[in-house]
Design a protein around this ligand. Structure first.
Ligand code: ADP
Ligand code: MG
Length: 447
């Protein structure tokens, strides 16, 4: 902290303070997030350090830039840029009921999407998307902040924070105690878009029970017809009850009315970088093996094998062969047999030609087989890679979910409403774990 002079405390979240500071080194203002980690286990602390290292590597014009982090007296300090324009929540409230122009909403929304794309493309979830974590810089650029901080904290704290902090962005799957996933971020993105369109929260209620019921039923007051059909239809897609039915951030950015705004905010070079990575992460940059296992033949030798352009002509089959019917062309019999069957028996057979065919035909077959084999191997490798990634992600989600489950128990017992009524499965079952009313009853005193 000796490198910074404290200017003022600008806020206090449920997990720590946000302090505005001035750097002694460069004289610029920064925000420092102070997170108490003294109650964490050493393993959790280690994990937090790793998470912070990931955050430090994020660099995007629409993400609040993380600058530094350090630990002092049992607290973790994360230094980030100060956004002078304040947060979107305050900006929305400053409207005093006057709706924003659609152009303004979409310009902001596309920037939020670009930030979220950067995060999701790197297989990181934000976990705390809300208008209070979206900032405006001095020149009006949108920046997504606080991402990953939720991950720095353990899931239990995160859940308690959601329950006592801002529950408006809870997605149906979280209400139903299912794992948080990238589509839960998309739900929260929908909540922010709705807020920009109506200046209100999509899901509001006087208590937790009614809020959960509203979220689960997915009913929200319609937005003004003054906004385009595209915008209203996008909102209903973001609020799909089933996470799988919600679009990914990449498919949102592919929508014409959103896509056309991207170049306003990203330079051509950044567009190339950001939109290239998607292809990379999806297909993986796989090295081509120099030798195919077991074959003893190098790939290069197969690639450089002479190309047969007109196989029929090469093997002496008349090119007018088709007149005997397509079916015959597809029969598995060797071409030579067809030739014999349809050619005049008096025609002399050239023995040299015959010998050449005898060698070429099996070689050609071998090449085809090898190509086929190689294609199969490649497919298998990609499949295995995809499965491995899926398995790892599932394990990670299950771990989070276990902690989350514990979190619900803590919250509920702290609220005096007793134990969960049914055991919670960790499977990614799309069906609710509890009946809606049972869950809502359980949550009544957790508000
Ligand atoms: P919360 O749990 O509500 O996200 P935070 O500690 O993140 O609490 O933020 C507290 C306040 O500090 C918020 O009002 C937010 O607007 C402000 N704030 C946080 N980070 C920044 C930042 N980088 N630039 C400007 N204001 C910030
Ligand atoms: Mg915040």
């Amino acid at each position: 902290m000796e490198k910074y002079v404290r200017v003022q405390k600008i806020g206090e979240g449920s997990f720590g303070k946000a302090i505005l500071v001035k750097s002694i080194e460069d004289g610029r203002q920064y925000v420092i997030k102070e997170i108490n980690i003294s109650s964490m286990s050493s393993k959790e602390r280690e994990e937090s350090r790793r998470e912070v290292a990931v955050l430090a590597n994020m660099k995007h014009p629409n993400i609040v830039q993380y600058r530094d982090s350090f630990e002092e007296n049992g607290s973790l300090y994360i230094v980030m840029d100060y956004c002078e324009g304040g947060d979107l929540f305050k900006r929305i409230n400053a409207q005093k009921g006057v709706l924003f122009q659609e152009d303004q909403i979409l310009d902001w929304f596309v920037q939020i999407c670009l930030a979220l794309k950067h995060v999701h493309d790197r297989k990181i979830l934000h976990r705390d998307i809300k208008s209070q974590n979206i900032f405006l810089t001095k020149d009006g650029t949108i920046q997504l902040g606080d991402f990953g901080i939720a991950r720095v904290l353990n899931s239990t704290v995160e859940l308690v924070r959601t329950c006592i902090g801002t529950p408006y962005y809870l997605s149906p799957e979280i209400c139903e105690n299912k794992p948080y996933n990238n589509k839960s971020d998309i739900w929260a993105l929908g909540c922010v878009l709705y807020e920009m369109c109506t200046l209100k929260h999509a899901f509001e209620a006087g208590n937790m029970k009614n809020l959960v019921l509203k979220i689960i039923s997915g009913s929200f007051p319609p937005v003004s017809l003054h906004y385009s059909y595209d915008l209203r239809s996008l909102l209903s897609q973001l609020f799909k009850r089933n996470p799988r039915d919600r679009p990914s951030v990449n498919s949102i950015l592919e929508k014409g009315f959103i896509a056309k705004r991207i170049e306003k905010f990203l330079s051509p070079q950044l567009i190339a970088e950001e939109f290239c990575l998607k292809t990379f992460s999806r297909f993986g940059a796989q090295p081509i093996p120099a030798k195919r296992p077991g074959s003893g033949q190098s790939l290069a030798s197969v690639v450089s094998a002479p190309k047969i352009t007109k196989p029929a002509a090469k093997y002496g089959v008349p090119l007018t062969y088709k007149k005997y019917g397509d079916k015959k062309l597809h029969e598995k019999k060797p071409l030579q047999k067809h030739k014999q069957a349809h050619q005049s028996p008096v025609k002399k057979v050239n023995p040299g030609e015959e010998r050449r065919k005898l060698f070429e035909e099996p070689a050609r077959k071998r090449r085809l087989e090898l190509n086929e084999k190689e294609k199969k191997q490649k497919d298998q490798i990609s499949l295995m890679k995809a499965e491995q990634m899926k398995r790892q992600e599932k394990e990670r989600l299950e771990k989070i979910n276990r902690a989350r489950e514990q979190g619900w128990r803590n919250v509920l017992s702290a609220g005096g409403s007793g134990e969960m009524k049914e055991p919670v499965s960790l499977e990614e079952d799309p069906e609710p774990q509890m009946g809606m009313t049972a869950l809502a009853d359980t949550l009544t005193s957790a508000w």
